[in-house]
Design a protein. Structure first.
Length: 348
């Protein structure tokens, strides 16, 4: 990773932002690309003038010491807070049980996207730019994009911080080993419905895991710290149900999920929105925190390598950045020793 002057990071979710911010902090020039109009990835929030709803990642935990320290930084910056909802497990027989164990759950504040936007605030971003191909030349990498064609800038390395199915076509022609890694990952979809109500619902919980029917998770968005506006609930569908109904129109999806919600005691909403996350979760994580191909200078990071959590995404991006920085330092040392040797007098 010698002479890494400029690195392109494709993907402005937590993994990409974690990697890019660590590299930039160490003095490496980075540019972050994302097809969306804002940084956050699946730590996303849908909002309008009178309502908001986190419709991707619902919360995150912090089990490792390094991520706990990062979450503490987020809390100090006012972009994350502890969430203590009335949480239960709803069984098929209608019984409700408290989850086992005392787990701290954190959320972005005032919305789930806040930590990502905070990380992104100091980074060069090129949003609404979908990278569709990579072109390798003698001096490095160029990015082919849907909106702007082939970009002029040449990059010394490329980090793909995107879901495995999206990374696969970018890798196949350049790094078969990395492509094989991405091809071996199964990512599951998730339908999400954001329901808005005129009044707070009189339900005996703020969030629930559900073990039957089409629903997997429901949550009162207004129970999270810093939220305001109209009462809103997030309904996430089961992965298998989402996969089976992937091509169903959003209106029919909403009808099915809202019907299941009604069976739990919820009235019909005033309005709703539906969104399908094509690559929401990983069916079985990989063993490595990241993947790096030194010869081509292509790297992979993301939550799909680490069990599909926000913490896993952040750790993956940070670990790849650390690897690149150590490799760069080692290369610089070798180059320096070579320069020193060249400067020595040649024995007669």
């Amino acid at each position: 990773m010698d002479r890494a002057r400029h690195i392109a990071v494709v993907g402005a979710g937590i993994a990409g932002l974690s990697c890019a911010s660590a590299l930039q902090h160490a003095g490496v020039q980075v540019t972050v690309f994302d097809a969306a109009g804002t940084a956050a990835g699946r730590m996303a929030t849908r909002r309008a003038d009178d309502w908001q709803c986190d419709h991707g990642a619902q919360y995150f935990t912090a089990r490792s010491a390094t991520f706990r320290a990062e979450v503490a930084r987020w809390q100090l910056a006012g972009v994350a807070a502890l969430w203590t909802p009335r949480l239960c497990l709803l069984a098929a027989d209608g019984s409700a049980h408290a989850p086992a164990g005392a787990i701290e759950r954190f959320v972005g504040m005032p919305r789930m996207s806040a930590p990502a936007k905070w990380l992104a605030s100091g980074l060069p971003l090129q949003l609404q730019t979908c990278v569709t191909g990579l072109q390798r030349g003698a001096d490095g990498w160029q990015l082919q994009t849907r909106e702007l064609g082939l970009l002029d800038q040449v990059y010394d390395a490329v980090v793909l911080a995107i879901p495995a199915p999206q990374a696969l076509p970018l890798l196949q022609a350049h790094a078969p080993h990395l492509a094989s890694l991405a091809a071996g990952v199964t990512m599951q979809p998730c339908w999400a419905v954001m329901a808005r109500h005129a009044q707070p619902l009189q339900l005996p919980f703020d969030a629930a895991f559900i073990n039957h029917g089409p629903l997997r998770w429901i949550a009162r968005n207004n129970s999270k710290p810093g939220r305001s506006g109209q009462e809103s609930w997030l309904l996430h569908a089961q992965p298998d149900w989402s996969a089976a109904h992937l091509d169903m129109p959003g209106e029919q999806v909403a009808q099915a999920l809202l019907h299941a919600f009604a069976r739990l005691g919820a009235p019909a909403p005033q309005a709703w929105n539906a969104h399908c996350w094509q690559h929401a979760a990983t069916a079985g994580g990989k063993d490595a925190l990241f993947a790096w191909h030194g010869r081509t200078r292509l790297g992979l990071c993301g939550d799909w390598l680490q069990g599909g959590t926000v913490e896993g995404a952040w750790l993956s991006g940070r670990a790849l950045a650390a690897h690149l920085l150590v490799a760069a330092e080692a290369a610089a040392l070798v180059a320096g020793l070579a320069d020193d040797a060249a400067a020595l007098p040649v024995p007669a």
